[in-house]
Ligand binder design. Structure first.
Ligand code: ADP
Ligand code: ADP
Length: 230
């Protein structure tokens, strides 16, 4: 019952920076998992491996029991099931209207028009961006952009959702809103991984916490043990 299994995964960037060292990890279904670590710990690099954007330098990754393949067809299937929302929403939004942007992913999946409309309607309801659909992306606030980026990923109904610092740069009001709509996405099957350096957020939200430091996992377990048994 695992989505991902990582065996001895290491990643060295082209410039020689070692970002991940010997990561072995199993990611179960239906869990809320926080990845906690300072800037540079390797959280984003790990996420990019789970979505097939980066390839391990050494080691392997399996998704649902199958070793990841990096052909464009295999990657398309993977990315339909594993959605990533980048830390900087501008990184993944285009220049049209909110609706065009959210439709982009589903259109690429070759679904019928009705199915696409249905998934978009669901995604925009979850993220409460219904009233922004006709607005150009560049008129939106930071928080609105984050929600639109999230809606675009949700519209593809991913089994695994990778959220890189979803509350970073948001004030308390919007950070709380993000947490509220994340709660609506839990269905017992979907796994949400949330990368953050916010200890309080991780403690309050997660069922499982993975702590990373300098490219290694230094803790993987429940929040209570992490905070009270040190
Ligand atoms: P985090 O998400 O925890 O802040 P990252 O995965 O972004 O950590 O970074 C891990 C390490 O890899 C850092 O030392 C960072 O400077 C380095 N790094 C990230 N992206 C690149 C890149 N494209 N090229 C070289 N080094 C990188
Ligand atoms: P600051 O003004 O220093 O940014 P905030 O009040 O915005 O402080 O919140 C600090 C952090 O606590 C935020 O980054 C946010 O992720 C987290 N946070 C805010 N609201 C909640 C909440 N309801 N549950 C858990 N964590 C929260």
């Amino acid at each position: 019952a695992y989505y991902f299994e990582l065996h001895h995964l290491s990643h060295i960037y082209a410039d020689g920076t070692t970002a991940l060292t010997d990561i072995s990890l199993q990611i179960p279904r239906g869990k809320k998992i926080a990845i906690l670590g300072h800037n540079g710990a390797g959280k984003s690099t790990l996420f990019q491996h789970l979505n097939g954007i980066l390839k391990p330098t050494t080691g392997t990754i399996s998704f649902q029991g199958n070793k990841l393949q990096y052909s464009s067809k295999a990657l398309r299937t993977l990315r339909q099931q594993v959605g990533i929302v980048f830390q900087d929403a501008d990184h993944q939004l285009f220049s049209g209207t909110v609706k065009q942007d959210i439709a982009y992913g589903p259109l690429n999946l070759g679904w019928s028009t009705e199915k696409i409309e249905e998934k978009i309607a669901w995604a925009v309801a979850q993220t409460e961006v219904e009233n922004l659909l006709d607005k150009p992306i560049h008129f939106l606030s930071v928080g609105q952009k984050k929600r639109v980026a999230m809606a675009g990923v949700l519209a593809m109904e991913p089994s695994v959702l990778l959220l890189d610092e979803p509350t970073a740069g948001l004030d308390h009001y919007y950070a709380t809103q993000v947490l509220q709509y994340l709660a609506k996405l839990e269905d017992g099957e979907r796994t949400i991984l949330l990368a953050t350096h916010d200890i309080q957020l991780a403690y309050e939200w997660a069922e499982q916490i993975i702590v990373m430091e300098a490219g290694s996992i230094i803790y993987n377990g429940d929040p209570i043990t992490l905070f009270y048994n040190e």
